[in-house]
Design a protein around this ligand. Sequence first.
Ligand code: NFE
Ligand code: MG
Length: 461
Amino acid sequence: MSKIITIDPVTRIEGHLKIKIEVDETDDVSFVKKAYCSGTMFRGMERLLNGRDPYDAPVITSRICGVCPVPHSIASVLALDSAFDAQIPENGRILRNIVLACNFLWSHILHFYTLTIQDYAAGPNMAPWRPISNEDIRFNDSENQVLCDHYVQAFGMIRKANELCAIFAGKSPHSSAIVSGGFTGVPTNSDINDAMVLANELNDFITNIYNSDAQLLGEKYSDYFEIGQGHGNLLSFGSYNLDNSGQDVLFSQGIAFRDNSSIEPLDANKITEDIASSFYTGDSGPVHPFDSNAVNSYPKADAYSWTKSPRYDGNAVEVGPLARMWVSGKYNNGISVLDRHLARAMEAKLLIDSISEWLGQISVGKTSYIQPVSQESAEGFSLTEAPRGSLGHWIKIQNGKISNYQIVTPTCFNTSPRDSNGIAGPLEKAIEGTKIDSKDEPVEVLRIIHSYDPCQACAVH
Ligand code: NFE
Ligand code: MG
């Protein structure tokens, strides 16, 4: 016998996500047999770009999301850079890295303290900590109190990460300083000094509080190192150029398949999207983003999500901090709920250390921008990383206007529905097989979902 449980909406994520699970009830113990992820809203940002000036793309695509506006701007200007063969001055490259890393930091801190810790810790008897239905709280009273204090401190840190970004980008979120050809700001010594002060405060919090709270979570909930593995395929597009050759990067590009411990190089032609279970019509089967002709279509038989199904060489692949750190050889403990949280915290430490280094590399008084030579007809694409994982933008330009713009986001990869081969998306697969202690409160499922840090606004874009 099976029981259907629907969590709709899933809370403490960004955007609108529904999870339906089928729980096996034949024995005393319950296991999830099937899981279905649905993005329940439509955005249409790709269609909105058709016919517009190519330089509008970074400004508009930034608005896909208030959580990761910088990565969308970066992905969009990288696609324009590739279409126009733009040259980026050193300062432009460094400033892009700094503001991108600031966005990662504010997102990671926000995720751990405002979207995750409530799954594990019991705060005071007031909103947003109560009502609480979860019986599986393993922290003692004083640990709960400390975590709650850190939650309050985290808000100040999120603000500081945004301020650090705004020193250079002028405004955060949705800065217009990130442009094809580089970056519009030319920093002063006083900008760099102000940024250093904020970076030091953030480093202190990330090192002594965030990373140590993540470790404590790992100690209390060590069984979650065995929960939520999924397909076990980890993909990273790579990001943060450390020189202008594009060869030296902070996060490498590559893929680690479950049955193969080596990291394989990525072939951009093997990235496809499938719309079998999505509310779109167009070419069925896997289609490369440049060839996409998908148009929204609702209702549609057998479809259950507004998210498409990105695949790599036919495989469903997990993306995110764990995949990025794994492919870069910086984390290899395992693939699970807790590994995702620990890799994310370790990545935050790596990034705040890098920001301090990059601040020291800015050349005061030198330009950050070289005007690109626009083309009437061109195409380009970018493969980069956002806080939640691999992000790609593909642009085709005809008669000086955008003729096709396609976006594949991290949460699209992670929360994708089944494809035409019946392969479940990474989050669906991670939930399937999980043992549920209480069918009224499947907290295990919620903890698996939150470990991916889904953003459905990005997923449906
Ligand atoms: Ni809306 Fe985003 C990140 C992107 S997730 S948060 O990180 O792209 O798909
Ligand atoms: Mg898309």
